[in-house]
Design a protein. Structure first.
Length: 91
């Protein structure tokens, strides 16, 4: 009776062992995994590049605003100086 139990058990083990992936399937899975990793790395690099570009754009916009504010301040100062000069000549 024990022999009758062992024979199907050994056959079942052999069937499960034979059902594993072949070498070609394993290689295809490795290639797919490598491609997935490369795509993930590229996506992260693209996000980082976009963040860096956004930061650079923000800095450039802030510098432009500061330049406009400085130009306005310079214009006001020049107008005040001109007004003082005109006012001083009339008196």
């Amino acid at each position: 009776m024990k022999k009758l139990f062992y024979i199907p058990a050994v056959l079942a083990f052999a069937v499960f062992a034979a059902c594993g992936p072949s070498a070609a399937e394993k290689r295809a899975k490795e290639v797919a995994d490598s491609t997935k990793v490369a795509d993930s790395i590229a996506a992260v690099q693209a996000v980082e590049a976009a963040k860096a570009q956004a930061a650079a754009d923000s800095i450039a916009a802030a510098a432009e605003v500061a330049a406009k504010a400085q130009a306005a301040a310079d214009s006001i100062a020049a107008a005040e100086a001109a007004a003082k000069t005109k006012g001083g000549k009339k008196k």
